[in-house]
Design a protein around this ligand. Structure first.
Ligand SMILES: C[S@@+](CC[C@H](N)C(=O)[O-])C[C@H]1O[C@@H](n2cnc3c(N)ncnc32)[C@H](O)[C@@H]1O
Length: 437
């Protein structure tokens, strides 16, 4: 593709992503994949250039929208691409050239767009969507700028060794030098990090289930649950099984994990991953939508589980490094709806915990409305549960050293964030059902 054709393609691709953000359609990575499936003529260099420009735009979209608005332009995909090129100090001479793929010539308003970043409001400079502004200010206070800068970066590729497969240090050390593995032993014994994103599907270690892809925050969360061999555990929102797989390892495949989710597709993926990982104690159950069927499925487990994990559906604000389009997919009403759903799932799942058992609530969110507020409301309405300090659980297998400092707004829960912990944003709260309750 010519440079002009790449710009035209970036405008087209961004337009598709913008429309999907409004309609809450497919996520950006799925749109990128289908965009290039339909354009087989695009080489890998073209893909990298077009995708790099589009993702770069999503990482500072609020500022670009501000720049377009200040020039009297609607924030169309074309205006955002022009703003991004200006911000990067790129020449705009590929617009309106003889090249038949070139985008149309710049209008006077587009020509005149100013790159006066200093005059933009702080939330625009830091790429903060309106619906998350109050929560992020409350979470980070004076550290808002470094926190948001870290959230705008590209996340590393985090992996973990699968303890069920007993991979030796030597094998890991030999694992494709190209991966530039960083020895990441700060929080756990089993984490490794690659500076680069590569396809792992052809790697023998991955195909044989010896390594898994999982952000370190999610690894820490799974280990903090502390599931032991022989226990009965429910992973209430198990999805594709990130937490279940690691819990199966702490349980050494003994006892039972009941993996629930409403998505049959995700549970199918869990089954595949469990097979690859050699995790044999996970029983997958799709939660029906009808209330009575849903209750019937859970009835045999009521009040009998040693541990119940609720990895609730959330805004995903802690994963914005990986999914920058997620910032633009919610609004105030959707956030409130999400928090209400989180509260109701937590309440429903709590009924499965046995007296003396543990309920662990977690999200990959940074927002107090989805984190402390949901946990606080549960604590207030459920006196038969005691809120426990996360530090008490920093004892499980493969967790290292001292518990890290927490960014939670209280002294008991754990909140991780990219700028302080070099992980995704992640929240975890612990509740113990009173013995005899
Ligand atoms: C954060 S994801 C779970 C990720 C998963 N635990 C992992 O580690 O890979 C949240 C999951 O909640 C599921 N979910 C959404 N609404 C639900 C509900 N009402 N009951 C149970 N699961 C639900 C979604 O399908 C999604 O898989």
């Amino acid at each position: 593709m010519t440079p002009a054709a790449r710009i035209a393609a970036a405008i087209e691709l961004l337009d598709e992503i913008e429309k999907a953000m409004v309609s809450r359609g497919a996520p950006a990575d799925a749109i990128v994949a289908s965009f290039f499936r339909a354009r087989r003529y695009a080489g890998s260099g073209d893909r990298r250039a077009v995708t790099g420009l589009v993702y770069g735009i999503l990482r500072c979209r609020a500022l670009l929208v501000h720049m377009a608005g200040a020039a009297g332009l609607e924030p169309t995909a074309r205006a955002l691409v022009i703003a991004a090129l200006k911000l990067d100090g790129e020449a705009l001479d590929m617009f309106g050239t003889e090249d038949r793929f070139a985008p149309a010539a710049l209008t006077p308003a587009e020509e005149g767009m100013s790159v006066d970043v200093g005059s933009a409001p702080e939330d625009a400079r830091l790429n903060i969507p309106d619906w998350a502004a109050a929560g992020l200010h409350a979470r980070f206070g004076d550290a808002l700028a470094p926190a948001m800068t870290a959230l705008a970066e590209t996340a590393p590729l985090d992996l973990r060794i699968n303890p069920l497969k007993r991979v030796s240090e030597k094998i890991i050390n030999n694992f494709n030098n190209d991966f530039e593995l960083i020895d990441l032993k700060e929080y756990t014994e089993i984490s490794i990090r690659s500076a680069h994103h590569r396809m792992l599907t052809n790697e023998a270690l991955y195909r044989d289930g010896q390594i898994e892809v999982q952000d370190v925050a999610a690894q820490v969360a799974s280990l903090l649950v502390g599931a032991r061999p022989g226990e009965q555990v429910v992973d209430f929102c198990a999805g594709a099984g990130g937490k279940s797989l690691l819990m199966a390892a702490t349980m050494e495949n003994h006892g039972q994990i009941h993996a629930f989710d409403i998505s049959g597709k995700r549970l199918d993926a869990l089954k595949e991953r469990a097979k690859r990982a050699g995790a044999h104690n996970i029983q997958v159950k799709r939660l029906p939508f009808e209330d009575d069927e849903r209750s019937a499925l859970q009835r045999p487990l009521l009040g009998r589980m040693d541990r119940v994990v609720v990895d609730a559906p959330c805004s995903g604000s802690g994963t914005w490094r990986r999914n920058p389009d997620q910032r633009w997919r919610l609004d105030d009403a959707a956030l409130a709806e999400q928090a209400a759903l989180q509260g109701s799932i937590l309440k429903e799942a709590s009924a499965l915990v046995k007296p003396g058992g543990l309920l662990v609530y977690m999200t990959c969110s940074l927002l107090p409305a989805e984190n402390e507020a949901v946990a606080d409301a549960f604590a207030a309405d459920n006196p038969d549960f005691v809120r426990r300090d996360f530090r008490d659980f920093w004892t499980g297998p493969w967790l290292k050293g001292e518990a890290p400092a927490s960014l939670a707004l209280n002294g008991t829960d754990l909140q991780l964030a990219p700028h302080t912990h070099a992980t995704d944003g992640f929240f975890i709260a612990f509740f113990e059902r009173k013995p005899g309750a």
